[in-house]
Design a protein around this ligand. Sequence first.
Ligand code: NAI
Ligand code: MG
Length: 326
Amino acid sequence: MTEEIVVIPGDGIGQEVVPAAREVLETVGDFDFVEARAGDHVLESEGAALPDETFDLAASADATLFGAAGESAADVIIPLRRAVDSFVNVRPAKAYPGVDALRPETDLVFLRENTEGVYGGHEQRLTEDLSTLTRVITDSASRRLARFACEYVEEGEWDGFTVAHKANVMRETDGRFKTAVEDVAGKRSVETDDALMDALAMNLCLFPEEYGVIVCPNLAGDMLSDLAAGLVGGLGLLPSANLGPDRGLFEPVHGTAPDIAGQGIANPSATILSAAMLLDSLGYGEESQAVHAAVEGVLADGPHTPDLGGDAATDEVTAAVIDRLD
Ligand code: NAI
Ligand code: MG
């Protein structure tokens, strides 16, 4: 069977890095690619940043590779995550040899709850003086994330995971999250420790080597994973996977990079590594590892794009990755 992969380049450098990752996928597999549109440029021409057609394609394809959207990002990415029924956002942040990282010993994976917390709640303007936001934490979503985290650490041979929370203050919501996650892990004999998310932010800067897999409520996962991007050498390197029960949406953590868009110098590594996560989700473990190793090799030996201190173009880095796969 040939899997169907929807590719949505979006805006800005999405138009440059998604074709690069597609070329890599074409090198290692035989897939049916379907191009779909989303982002600011579509909003201008069609009145909606995420056309229904693109939503429906992502909801039925075997996997979706997305670049980035500009000012319409929230109107594109949040519905797209819903299209694949994604309950977890997997965000690895690893420092690679050959890249100048603030903390070269960093090797972290954030498992971020992807449906609720403060992003799943309702904001309201109640009076001229008062606005509120409901923070939503359910036992079912917390347990679903915990079951995924247990499988993730068992398969990846990690020692266990850290639960990030602020249950000392948000006793009801984060208390529920922490209790539910620890209960699931305890029943499966997966080791956990827990960390208050504010102190964890500091400790990740000082001692990243003491952490591995970190399970987080939605907002904490968003913020801590960006912090980790700073530890490993920048956004051009960080991939992510939004996983649902049957399919996933794969995207670099970075945005459209308007400051360099159109110049052909964007670093394609984050999107190619996202494509490696896509391959893994489709069961192509060997191909996924090969792509990962090829990117790692190019990061170690060059060529490098300007964000990593080099002067290579996106095309040259992509060709170097493909060379290592042939
Ligand atoms: P950004 O990630 O686009 O750029 C931040 C900085 O990192 C810029 O200096 C950029 O040149 C650099 N950078 C990012 N990716 C790079 C790559 N692959 N290679 C080389 N350099 C890279 O974040 P920013 O500037 O905050 O947002 C720009 C636009 O992107 C905004 O309109 C924002 O809404 C959108 N955005 C979209 C996201 C999405 O679609 N998932 C995520 C984040 C931002
Ligand atoms: Mg973010």
